[in-house]
Design a protein around this ligand. Structure first.
Ligand SMILES: *[C@@H]1O[C@H](CO)[C@@H](O)[C@H](O)[C@H]1NC(C)=O
Ligand SMILES: *[C@@H]1O[C@H](CO)[C@@H](O)[C@H](O)[C@H]1NC(C)=O
Ligand SMILES: *[C@@H]1O[C@H](CO)[C@@H](O)[C@H](O)[C@H]1NC(C)=O
Ligand SMILES: *[C@@H]1O[C@H](CO)[C@@H](O)[C@H](O)[C@H]1NC(C)=O
Length: 454
């Protein structure tokens, strides 16, 4: 039997827990100073997590995850651009260059277990850096060339052996998910291609963007009803569908379509139609519980089951659409931008945890009732929505080669600017040889294991 005193005690306990809510982070979405102050607090707390990681000797590598490093830098580059606060720029450059691999963000330390989606997020960080004229370092590849490196390493993986095309989620047969083609991998490369097209004006990127969109539309990954499936299986010839709904899947396709709309000068109605259709079906991410104004990853938040990846998704949805709003007709995103304002206020209210009473939870729909969680991912999400709301104050369309973008397109690496190809050291060759041999052995092992398994 429960002692009668418990409810009383619980009330006192809850009241104590609620006290820090007085702190939180105040956000006035119509005041750029308020937004910048809030963003600075959130970015600083995010970088505190980054600086406290175990693997801090490896720039850009977070504990237990590689891909989130790329998306964290992407969010920080946006932050620098919108606030002018450059205190994290060295860390961004250092991490981005350290993880560049062979100028394709596929570093050999991790490439044995990376998926296409992991890699593409770093490519999206690089094209963001180019579009915002984020400073480059001498003797390092340009931001655009790094984004192009990701594109050129993914295109050969376009898989005609099943479903008439598409990228698989995983790259290696021994990985779970090799049999799946998923929305974030295909949508990610679609968006990267569209942004490369607008930046470089090189039609190859636009052709691929259109091809990926059109292929996706032959599968449940991009339905005519504008509902996006998360995954589809090659064994079912990409007719089946895993239908978990995630904000970031929608955001990849919405933004790619927005960039294509602008690239094609609005001459092809399909892009605006697709973009608007997908924005409409994204209404589902604004639940009744917060008057349909506060964004939520509805598949995991209400049941409190968001993993660390999922905790970052809202950052992409909000900040990508925020930047895209500058290159599409104003009325197509106005309603969404208004909802981002309400979401930013709610997100600030969620930031009442931790020792400083400013650490953010993930369930913004709960507003002042802190959800009891904190972490780098939570900070990244809040920074994303603050970035989105700051975009209209800057109101400058992304840079490209025709309007002052400094980053140079070099799809074939640095040799593009030299008469003779850059030297390849013997060390490089030996390293690559060993790796290739390892992959072949791995691959053969995995395949024979799979065959045996059947
Ligand atoms: C690869 O691992 C080594 C050994 O831990 C480390 O020194 C190096 O910085 C890592 N490289 C990258 C790109 O993470
Ligand atoms: C593309 O973006 C530019 C920059 O914001 C804008 O001036 C132009 O109107 C956009 N084009 C279309 C077709 O929306
Ligand atoms: C935006 O405005 C255009 C031109 O006035 C109109 O045709 C279109 O339907 C509007 N779109 C939305 C989503 O309101
Ligand atoms: C266009 O991009 C593709 C893919 O990166 C590249 O192979 C091609 O050389 C580029 N064309 C020009 C003119 O730069």
């Amino acid at each position: 039997m429960r002692p009668v005193i418990l409810p009383g005690l619980l009330t006192i306990l809850f009241t104590c827990l609620l006290v820090p809510n007085a702190l939180a982070i105040d956000v006035n979405p119509d005041d750029i100073t308020s937004l910048r102050d809030a963003a600075k607090t959130v970015a600083s707390n995010m970088m505190q997590f980054y600086n406290d990681r175990d693997s801090k000797d490896i720039p850009g590598k977070l504990d237990g995850t590689w891909w989130e490093g790329g998306s964290m830098f992407m969010t920080l580059i946006q932050y620098w651009y919108l606030t002018g606060d450059d205190q994290f720029n060295d860390a961004i450059q250092e991490g981005m260059y350290w993880q560049k691999g062979e100028n394709d963000f596929f570093p050999s330390n991790y490439s044995q277990y990376l998926g296409n989606d992991d890699q593409v997020f770093w490519g999206l960080a690089a094209i963001t850096a180019a579009e915002l004229n984020f400073p480059e370092r001498d003797n390092e590849p340009s931001w655009v060339s790094l984004a192009e490196g990701v594109f050129n390493s993914q295109i050969p993986r376009w898989d005609m052996t099943s479903c008439g095309g598409g990228l698989r989620w995983q790259i290696w047969p021994y990985q779970n998910g090799f049999k799946l083609k998923n929305a974030i991998s295909n949508g990610g490369l679609f968006q990267l291609s569209a942004r490369l097209a607008l930046y470089t004006k090189n039609a190859t990127y636009a052709e691929w963007a259109e091809k990926i969109w059109d292929w996706s539309a032959t599968t449940p990954l991009l339905r005519k009803t504008w509902v996006i499936a998360d995954t589809t299986n090659v064994d079912a010839n990409c007719k089946d569908h895993g239908d978990f709904q995630w904000t970031y899947n929608y955001a990849t396709y919405i933004c790619g379509a927005g960039y294509m709309h602008n690239y094609t000068n609005g001459e092809e109605t399909k892009w605006l139609e697709g973009m608007s259709g997908l924005i409409k079906t994204s209404d589902q991410f604004f639940p009744d519980s917060a008057s349909n104004q506060v964004i939520s990853d509805i598949t995991c938040e209400p049941i409190k089951k968001c993993d660390r990846n999922q905790k970052t998704f809202k950052s992409y949805f909000t900040s990508w659409l925020g930047f895209m709003s500058l290159i599409v007709p104003t009325n197509t995103t106005a309603d969404m931008m208004a909802r981002f304002k309400t979401s930013a206020v709610a997100a600030g209210q969620q930031c009442s945890g931790g020792r400083d009473g400013k650490h953010c939870g993930i369930r913004w729909t709960k507003r002042t009732e802190w959800d009891g969680t904190s972490g780098l991912e939570q900070e990244m999400s809040v920074l994303g929505v603050l970035n989105a709301v700051m975009v209209p104050f800057k109101a400058r369309a992304p840079f490209n080669t025709h309007n002052g973008g400094n980053s140079q397109s070099r799809p074939h690496g640095e040799s593009d600017t030299e008469d003779t190809p850059g030297p390849i050291t013997t060390g490089d060759k030996v390293g690559a040889g060993i790796l290739t041999a390892m992959f072949v052995i791995f691959w053969a092992g995995a395949v024979s294991w799979m065959v045996k398994d059947k």
